[in-house]
Design a protein around this ligand. Structure first.
Ligand code: ADP
Length: 176
């Protein structure tokens, strides 16, 4: 499913983010940029050691912020590493932090002259963010960014299961 907001196509896709050929893919990293399970492990495995070498040089990334490295052996040129919040009930600023993770990733892509970016469903795995709420925040932030900026032409949200894809579709229909 896709929607056009000004000059930007926002697209939902069921698939594996490591296969994406966009200018950048986003990694749901941890604050130590140490790699780990889930999408983080998959990206480092597929991209090879040059990504981790750059992560070590950068050192760390606070929750809600984003940093950029090469894409290594990936088809994408860059990896933007952002850190989503761990969900602890919803009253600890999680919504704002998740919004910041998306927003700062898009901002970093724009600053680097990138035109296309692919996101996983940040925080919805090990970090336990409820999927429907996380989908709404992800898509609202993408739509708002596309309304305010026209440099990024393509924002893709890559969902790893058809269940996640369906939840994102429902939220996107609600928002446009
Ligand atoms: P977090 O710690 O931010 O919750 P996870 O990696 O545990 O990050 O999960 C985030 C989302 O990424 C989950 O929906 C998970 O199913 C999904 N995911 C895992 N591997 C991939 C992949 N290769 N491509 C796209 N999404 C993936």
């Amino acid at each position: 499913m896709q929607a056009k907001v000004n000059e930007t196509i926002i697209e939902l896709v069921c698939g594996d983010i490591t296969e994406e050929i966009t200018d950048a893919i986003v990694n749901a990293a941890n604050e130590r940029l140490a790699g780990g399970a889930g999408v983080d492990g998959a990206i480092h495995r597929a991209g090879g050691p040059s990504i981790m070498a750059q992560c070590r040089q950068i050192g760390s990334c606070p929750t809600g912020k984003a940093v950029i490295t090469t894409g290594g052996n990936l088809k994408a040129k860059y990896v933007i590493h952002t850190v989503g919040p761990i969900y602890r009930g919803g009253a600890r600023g999680e919504e704002k932090l998740l919004q910041n993770a998306y927003r700062n990733s898009l901002e970093l892509a724009r600053q680097n002259g990138l035109q296309s970016i692919s996101f996983p469903a940040i925080s919805t795995g090990v970090y336990a963010y409820p999927l429907d709420e996380a989908a709404k925040i992800a898509l609202k932030t993408s739509i708002e960014f596309a309304r305010e900026n026209n440099e990024i032409k393509h924002i893709r949200h890559i969902l790893f299961s058809s269940r996640d894809y369906d939840v994102f579709c429902l939220q996107l229909k609600d928002l446009i």
